[in-house]
Design a protein around this ligand. Structure first.
Ligand SMILES: [Mn+2]
Length: 341
């Protein structure tokens, strides 16, 4: 049995991947500082499906990601280990998704309350499973990145973090506000994740960036709730057109956040050219370089990323979304590590 030091000595970070682990890294769970929890779940997806395939597709695409990170010396040596995709969870998502489609077909006429209850109970079990899985990893002193699935998946993780931290903020990158109360009747809808996060009292503040698709009720909530602060895509772009630098805009976004930050990254916050197959794409949005700059500045400010999720990545036929998702995941994990130094 060779130990981690021997694996590091034997591994060529400049060569092609020689195994099928996430990012082709040679380490076990025990040898890795960061753990990726895949949650292949898409029960309440509204438009395009496929996000449950995200974790597996990202894992496959991750073999192409170069391991050098100019910000974090020998980043790969820290170890990032992806847990197995749970086939039971995946099957449960598929079964409930079929029911959800049938329920939505009759939503305007005769919605089936029994099916709705069953879906809500099943989603509640997923939230519970994520909370328990996350706690197990956190209790071993590791950092955790959750990989969705749709945007309903991180609620259990946020609840787990609330057991570890009395107060923290959420930085949400997203096209949507996700502040709907039980969207379409679904308590744990992807469109309700931040509404549900507000029920966790340790969540001191939710700072939203890139928002460009939201309803009037969500707008009211954003305007009237001190715990929610939105940086709309329109305002970000307008300020840029008027000569305000992205650097300055990033500083005010970061100043809105407390010291401890949970990052919830919905890939649809990016320009949809980077994620054309995501569940609910919206024109506009952020460039990869803009988002990474924001996060680098966040880390530079001294704030700590206590956990993160990347969700709504659906691979599509050409795997482009998974390619973007894999590179993004590597950067996010490294930034989280950097924020703990
Ligand atoms: Mn979202």
């Amino acid at each position: 049995m060779i130990d981690k030091e021997q694996k590091i000595a034997a591994f060529d970070p400049n060569g092609v991947a020689t195994n099928t682990n996430l990012f082709g890294l040679p380490f076990t769970y025990g040898e890795s500082e960061t753990v990726v929890l895949p949650v292949p779940w898409e029960v309440t997806v509204s438009y395009q499906s496929g996000t449950a395939n995200g974790p597996q597709a990202i894992k496959e695409a991750s073999l192409q990601v170069d391991l050098f990170d100019p910000l974090l010396k020998d980043a790969w040596q820290r170890g990032i280990y992806m847990l197995e995709v749970s086939p039971e969870l995946r099957e449960k998502s598929n079964a409930l998704r079929l029911k959800s489609e049938r329920y939505l077909e009759n939503l305007e006429t005769t919605p089936d309350q029994a099916i709705l209850q069953e879906i809500n109970a099943g989603c509640g079990e997923m939230v519970q499973w994520v909370e328990e899985s996350a706690l197990q990893v956190l209790n071993e002193g590791k950092r955790l990145a959750l990989l969705g699935g749709d945007h309903s998946t991180p609620l259990g993780f946020i609840k787990a973090l609330a057991q570890k931290h009395t107060s923290f903020g959420i930085l949400q990158i997203d096209a949507h506000a996700d502040l709907r109360e039980a969207y379409e009747g679904f308590t744990y809808s992807h469109a309700s994740i931040m509404y549900n996060a507000l029920a966790v009292k340790n969540v001191e503040k939710i700072v939203q960036v890139g928002i460009r698709d939201y309803c009037e009720a969500e707008n009211d909530l954003m305007q009237n709730n001190d715990r929610v602060q939105a940086y709309f895509d329109r305002d970000i772009k307008n300020k840029a057109y008027q000569g305000h630098s992205w650097h300055k805009q990033c500083q005010s976004i970061i100043e809105s956040l407390p010291e401890k930050v949970y990052l919830s990254f919905d890939i649809d916050g990016l320009d949809p050219k980077l994620c054309p197959n995501t569940g609910t794409p919206v024109a506009g949005g952020l460039e990869m370089s803009e988002v990474l700059y924001l996060l680098e500045e966040l880390v530079k400010s001294g704030r700590t990323i206590i956990g993160l999720d990347l969700n709504e990545v659906a691979p599509g036929a050409d795997e482009w979304d998974a390619n973007v998702g894999a590179r993004l995941l590597y950067k996010l994990c490294n930034l989280m590590t950097l924020s703990h130094q």
